[in-house]
Design a binder for this molecule. Sequence first.
Ligand code: NDP
Ligand code: HSE
Length: 440
Amino acid sequence: MKVVNVGLIGLGTVGTGTLRILQRNSQEITGRTGREITVTRVAVGDLNKQRDADLEGIVLSGDPMDIARDPAIDIVVEMIGGDDIAKEVVLEAIRHKKHVVTANKALIAVHGNEIFALAEKHNVAVTFEAAVAGGIPVIKAIREGLSANRIEWLAGIINGTCNYILTRMEQDGLGFAEVLSDAQALGYAEADPEFDVEGIDAAHKLTILASIAFGIPLQFDKLHIQGISEITIEDIEYAKELGFRIKHLGIARSSDAGIELRVHPAMVPVDRLIAGVNGVMNATLVQSDAVGPTLYYGAGAGAEPTGSAVVADIVDVVRSMGDIGENSGASPVPQLGFLPGSMPDRQIVPIEDVETAYYLRMKVINRPGVLAAITKIFGDSDISIATILQKSHGANNTEVTIIMLTQIALESNLNQAVTHIRKIDSVTSEIQSIRLENLA
Ligand code: NDP
Ligand code: HSE
């Protein structure tokens, strides 16, 4: 039986999970590929670190380029993260005619167009299932399973750390910082957790999903990005009272105006399936013209869930290899689902032109005329109010919190209304606004 030699670059959370699965399930994997897949080399940052992995027979190196250039290696698996060294290593591996598997969404979202062009030139595969939604094979599902469909929109909980934090805040009443450190300890968070909580990681993933769904180039710089750091337990409680749950969503939607690409917290009706996706679990809901809605659910982060997607990519690459060493047969499936340049250019809709309903929360001094002044501003901005709640505070109800839900409104009108409301003397707090997404 022919042997496929794999070099792992990075042996952290994902690298360790990947190695463990390749070792534990070698019989099944060989049964599925007809090849023996062996990890012969691993590169790490710190050669002296204690490893929770069986490294017998594996050559450890401190320089990832050793693996990218090693003529004996067939597949390079990049699991170090970031887009500097990772990019150099991946490009070097491709130049050396190696197939590449990566879990790195930042790399694909920001440099994917360049990487795929080089891979095409050298006739090698670059696969990245683990880059989006951890262990859920959502890329394969959209790119291959839904290839008959015109996709209308997709909406996903695609950052496990954010979902874990929002869930623990709601279920355990814990504060943001406390829960974030738990997510880090569990290996869910990025090296810089700001990437998670400020929405950048989800934006990397949405960039990739949107490309695969709509045949548009990867264009991370065009996304509207908001994280969850401004969400308070108060908002979570009011959402519950109103029949919603706050989720951090990535939304890509095709309309006559173009493609909406946005990542932000959103209130979702509590009876939607996606509202029940908790903890580190991810889910992506895809609305397509032929099949209708489909939902993909599973673990969005962690060692073995992510390792599962990495190993599945290795299996795909091995299946598409001809005689090993000749690098024949990069997969016939285009990396991003569509042949480059095969779809018309679509404009990305500016966020000011997006229409959604809103939840708004503000504190005001409890005196006659304040509510009337606020509602007048909404009327003048062409925004209809759907619901108003008022909660009293203070010994003599001197201050009240006003919570409003609007009907669907244009984002620029909402911004204009908020700017005017801020100028009312009786408004004593910042105005919290969260989009409502019906996802029907
Ligand atoms: P970790 O920080 O746990 O692991 C990174 C690994 O890369 C470590 O083994 C580190 O070495 C190694 N490394 C760093 N710099 C170098 C270098 N210059 N040369 C060689 N090795 C180096 O990260 P994760 O495993 O969490 O993430 C890896 C990738 O997977 C990232 O792109 C991330 O976005 C992605 N991902 C992560 C998921 C998760 O659940 N954690 C889920 C899906 C994707 P050392 O061990 O010596 O420090
Ligand atoms: N930090 C990422 C998350 C890892 O929390 O979803 C999985 O991509």
